[in-house]
Design a protein around this ligand. Sequence first.
Ligand SMILES: NC(=O)c1ccc[n+]([C@@H]2O[C@H](COP(=O)([O-])OP(=O)(O)OC[C@H]3O[C@@H](n4cnc5c(N)ncnc54)[C@H](O)[C@@H]3O)[C@@H](O)[C@H]2O)c1
Length: 274
Amino acid sequence: MAHQLLKGKRGIIFGALDERSIAWKVALDAVAEGAQIVLSNAPIALRMGKINELSKLCNDAPVIAADATSIPDLENLMTQGMEKLGGKFDFMLHSIGMSPNVRKNISYTDTNYDNFLKTLDISALSFHKVLQTAMKLDALNEWSSVLALSYIAAQRTFPGYNDMADAKSVLESIARSFGYQYGFAKKVRVNTISQSPTVTTAGSGVAGFNAFIDYAEKLSPLGNATADDCAKYCISLFSDYTRMVTMQNLFHDGGFSNTGVSHLLIEDLNKLNA
Ligand SMILES: NC(=O)c1ccc[n+]([C@@H]2O[C@H](COP(=O)([O-])OP(=O)(O)OC[C@H]3O[C@@H](n4cnc5c(N)ncnc54)[C@H](O)[C@@H]3O)[C@@H](O)[C@H]2O)c1
């Protein structure tokens, strides 16, 4: 049920590839809540994905290609986006992640450093580039909200997550460091949401992903947060009800991050040992 929480606001949603993408759900919810949005993804994702389908569901939202590692692409996206929507933005969602090492099944201890640098550039530095471009173009109104999506492998080791863990640590650090700068400069808030494992194209690429999902489901008192739940949390953070929240990594994981072990997992282990 929509409440027009984003009425009159304009935003950019990066990273909607298909209907499983977290960004896809955020785009639908943002429009239902009264926002006008621009959809963006890497040129290859626009060719292979279903973003035009999503655009139709979002009041024909403009679709503008941008490789998030390219400053000229980001400048073009924000300039064109402001022209098309008729003003500066109030929110942005960075929902972007990719590791060539994960894709090619190269283990962490055997990493390929060119791949590692690409992981960091695409999954972490691109967030800095989005923020820096927005600041230079003065593309965000005061009290805007910028979010990126993270994962708890930034704090604790999940071996299958590989170099994405390092990328998420950098991503969360950028939210703090840039959040400080943008807060003083323009009252713009910057946060990351640390989301439960979720079945999407990026998520499914991680080794042992199904076991990950089961484990997290059994450890979390509320169960795993779905992409739909995540979208609702994003909307609340884009809204004026969370104006004083900035420089945070916010766990959206059904309680996983604060649970050591659960009775469900103990029961499973007891069965195995019986
Ligand atoms: N799925 C999970 O379990 C999970 C859990 C926590 C956090 N996240 C994070 O959520 C975010 C969204 O991932 P998702 O799970 O919806 O998967 P997804 O595969 O649907 O989305 C990832 C997006 O990144 C885009 N992308 C890759 N390289 C890009 C580039 N150079 N420029 C612009 N866009 C680029 C892809 O095209 C894709 O749309 C990622 O940051 C991911 O790490 C996912």
